[in-house]
Each structure stands twice: as structure tokens, then as C-alpha cells.
Design a protein. Sequence first.
Length: 185
Amino acid sequence: MTIKSTTVKVDNIFQTLVASKKLDLSKIKIVANNFEKTFESNVLTTVNTETLLDKNSINYLNITLTEMLSYVLKPYCKNFVFNVEGVWVNKYEDNNYQSVHIHPSDFSFIIYYKGNSNTVFNSPMKNILEIYGSEIFDRAFEPKLVEGDIFLFPSYLEHWVRPNSGNITISGNIKIVELIKEKNE
């Protein structure tokens, strides 16, 4: 049986593009000694101190972030310029967690340096979906990432970390300084 249909146009509005990639962790060297208990669960972190990665680690991270951003930004521009605005390390001990939060930047990343992901990303429409009781759309996304993976996401995405012990993550924020579009745009 053949069904004739009208032409249906489907648009993906308000898209939220994320990216993940496997890293060579032997190329990421953390040089950080000043950890403080911070956040609600007293996670040991360098977020309020200076986190240093050695020069080769910074170069490797910049190359990786450039590649990942090129895929995520492809719908918007031909080229781009970005700055990494802060990098910090979180050490999870004694069932530490992170409550729901966002980052004040354009994009953020998480490197799962030791242990697997316990990060959960909330849908930007989570509260509305809960109010109306919709069961059609996902309210959260929990990526299945493992040690050595990096995850890049728009900083406006609410996320949180399930209680865990023994995991180490490296996080950072990225500010897009310039989007270079096609000449005829």
C-alpha cells in the first residue's frame, strides 16, 4: 500500500549541540596543589585557586577543544576564536556531589580524568515538562562517559553530579571571542 502525503518540513529549533571525544590522558598533566573544600558537598577543588596544566597539556587541550568546537559551531560560522576562561580540578571523596548549576560562559567542558561520569544534564524545559506532566520529552540526559572522555556542552545547560567517591574531573569554561561567518552572509 502506498500512502501519498503532503510535504512535511521539520525544523530543529533551539538545538542544543554537545560533543564528546576520547582523550589520551597521558597527555594531560595536572600541576595543582592547592585544593580547598568548596561547594555544597565540600568537594576538594581548585576552582577558587590557580590550576596549572603543563605546557604540553594546554596545547593538547586547545587542539582538542578546537576540533570539538568546530563540529558544534559548524551551523553558525566558518571559523571562530575562543579563550579558555579557567580550568579547575574536582576530587570527589566521601560521596561528594554537585548540586544543579550552570556556568557563566558560552561553552564548558568536563574531562573524566579518573572514574566514569556521574554528571546529569537537565533539559532546558525540565520545569515546564514537570508542571505539565509530559512523558514524551526527556527531562534529563546522562551521558555514558568513561575515564578519558571529554564532554563539551553549552554553559547554559543545567547539570549536576551524582554522589560518588574517588572520581577526579577537570573542568573549564570557554568564551567565544569571535565568530567568522561566510563572506556572503
